[in-house]
Design a protein around this ligand. Structure first.
Ligand code: TEU
Length: 574
């Protein structure tokens, strides 16, 4: 039906531009590099590309600190390149969204420079610039990247709030001019032709009046203090509805239109541009209930949210070195899908640029065996691409990318890892223990360059961050040609989704959810049914009986014994 928004049926693919492809040899990925590889994404079957930030930035947090929202980072190219990229996506039937980082700007943004020069002038109210005693921050909030969330600005004789790195100063959304500026930025990019934004930590934008102290016990428990005051702030819903109306509802026609992608994968005519850009919220810590409030189809706030509960088995954080419990994946999706409303929709993701690879978490080291790596890579793809929701793949998942064997701090580039290491050492942890914690959770595992060829193929120069994975058979060049590869598995699943509404809009019925290490369900729509069976465990198991006649179409045959990490998709024979 025409009333289903495009993003419900779409497969999204997150590009981390710094590490995708370098076209000019400076070791940093760029826009031309992405353009050069658009056929890879189109071949895989991607419907919408999401780029992590490409805007002007001093890169204290790799682009999540923006100094100009209407300019491209020098290392990545020009606005003309971005226009070519947008056109290149649209011609191939792919949409493209960018990353809107507006909880904070860089401290090198002109707004902040003006605010510091004149804290009582109009730009002063764009930020949280609080007067006070230079020896005592305005409250006890802490930064996600270690230390207090406040930094003394001597020139202004004020404290500045920064929930993330020192150079990422928080915007004060209560100031109407801030909201207007953000809406204008969104309009400017929509007119250039993009199809929406992923909104960085968007649930953090509303801070309560008076900036009250955080509860120290919550702080102790969570590892950061103050978050209960702003992770679902008092004016959040109002700000989001305003942003939808003033920012995301197009005032001007986009510069190019997207070609339609037909169920068999071929390209049709251009389609009417979307009236409203898609709003994908990055919403750490909201959980199922608040996530539903933010993305409920009747609320007009966000379209989709990322629920981060999937990433770690309860009781653990990503800084723990532990074995992810495969049954948790099943428990999580069961709870999540049961916890949302009939008309609501979820985003399904397993990897991103802020976390180690799910494949490595699940395989727990056994992925050094290529057979295990392939089986786990397939299983994760099977679950992610047949779950009821919109999948977001992260670059490298289609190649079964794994964590890296970093051995020294100077191999890492991420501000979070580096600050955290220093903080742990200062708190008295020995170098060995501090390193163990950093390496369990470092964001750099997922940020290493794409492996386009067995030799690397990312750059002709020296990569800004070096990966250690050189296993044969797992580069793009090798996998694309191999019908049994994890890449081909992704491609087939995406093709199946496109051709069969049962796998996108269909109902989902769990089979024997109580059986440990077994993850299975039936997806069904219009009399068409698909059976997904996974052995989510490192050992063999007897295949539980499933009523009906099923013909395996991916994996299989459906032998009596399932091999370790085996996944199969079958179709009901009518
Ligand atoms: O991440 C927000 C976030 O809460 C975390 O995932 C974060 O990486 C960290 O783990 C907190 O402990 C977003 C971006 O995805 C991330 O890359 C940025 O560093 C961050 O916002 C700030 O813009």
């Amino acid at each position: 039906p025409a009333s289903v928004p495009w993003w419900r049926d779409a497969v999204f693919y997150q590009v981390y531009p710094r590490s995708f492809a370098d076209s000019d040899g400076d070791g940093i990925g760029d826009i031309r590099g992405i353009i050069d590889h658009l056929d890879h994404l189109a071949d895989l079957g991607v419907d919408c590309v999401w780029l992590s930030p490409i805007f002007a930035s001093p890169n204290e947090d790799m682009g999540y600190d923006i100094s100009d929202y209407r300019a491209v980072m020098d290392e990545m190219g020009t606005l003309d390149d971005v226009d070519d990229l947008i056109r290149g996506c649209h011609e191939r039937g792919m949409r493209i969204i960018l990353d809107l980082v507006v909880n904070h700007t860089s401290d090198r943004h002109e707004w902040f420079e003006r605010a510091v020069a004149d804290p009582d002038g109009p730009y002063g109210s764009y930020y949280f610039l609080e007067p006070g005693d230079p020896a005592r921050p305005p409250n006890n909030w802490t930064s996600f990247f270690s230390g207090p969330a406040w930094r003394w600005i001597p020139e202004a004789r004020r404290w500045a709030l920064h929930l993330f790195a020192d150079g990422q100063v928080d915007l004060r959304w209560d100031t109407p001019a801030v909201r207007d500026e953000v809406a204008d930025i969104v309009q400017w990019w929509l007119a250039r032709g993009i199809d929406g934004f992923r909104l960085d930590v968007i649930n953090y934008i509303s801070k309560p009046e008076g900036l009250p102290d955080g509860n120290p016990f919550v702080g102790e428990l969570m590892g950061f203090t103050g978050v209960e005051h702003y992770f679902y702030g008092p004016r959040l819903g109002e700000f989001l509805r305003g942003l939808r109306a003033d920012g995301f509802t197009r005032r001007a026609a986009p510069a190019s239109t997207v070609r339609r992608r037909l169920p068999d994968g071929s390209l049709g005519d251009p389609q009417t541009p979307d009236e409203v850009g898609v709003m994908v919220g990055e919403t750490p810590g909201v959980g199922i209930e608040l996530g539903r409030m933010l993305s409920g189809s009747d609320r007009g706030e966000l379209d989709l949210v990322f629920n981060f509960d999937v990433l770690d088995t309860p009781g653990h954080t990503r800084w723990d070195d532990y074995d992810f419990d495969p049954d948790y994946l099943k428990d999580y999706y069961r709870r999540y899908l049961e916890g949302i409303g009939e008309g609501d929709w979820i985003a399904v993701f397993l990897d991103n640029h802020d976390n180690p690879r799910m494949l490595s978490k699940l395989a727990g080291g056994a992925e050094s065996d290529p057979a295990v790596r392939t089986a786990v890579g397939r299983l994760l793809a099977t679950v992610q691409l047949t779950m009821r929701g919109t999948p977001f793949l992260f670059q490298g998942q289609e190649l079964a990318a794994v964590d890296q064997n970093f051995t020294r701090l100077d191999q890492l580039r991420d501000v979070e890892s580096i600050n955290r290491y220093e903080e742990l050492r200062a708190a008295g942890k020995g170098p060995h223990d501090a390193w163990a914690e950093i390496i369990a959770g470092s964001r750099d595992h997922a940020r290493v360059p794409m492996r386009w060829s067995p030799e690397g193929g990312f750059t002709s120069g020296t990569p800004w961050l070096e990966g250690s994975d050189d296993a044969l058979g797992f580069s793009a060049a090798e996998q694309v040609l191999d019908d049994a590869s994890v890449y081909s598995w992704h491609k087939k699943l995406i093709g199946l989704r496109r051709a069969n509404p049962a796998l996108t809009r269909g109902t989902l019925t769990w089979l024997r959810p109580g059986v440990k290490g077994y993850l299975a369900y039936i997806r069904e729509a219009d009399g068409e049914a698909f059976l997904v069976e996974c052995n989510a465990s490192p050992g063999p198991r007897r295949r539980p009986k499933v009523a009906g006649d099923w013909e395996p179409i991916l994996g299989g045959p459906r032998a009596e014994t399932m091999t370790p990490w085996e996944s199969t998709v079958s179709r009901r024979i009518r």
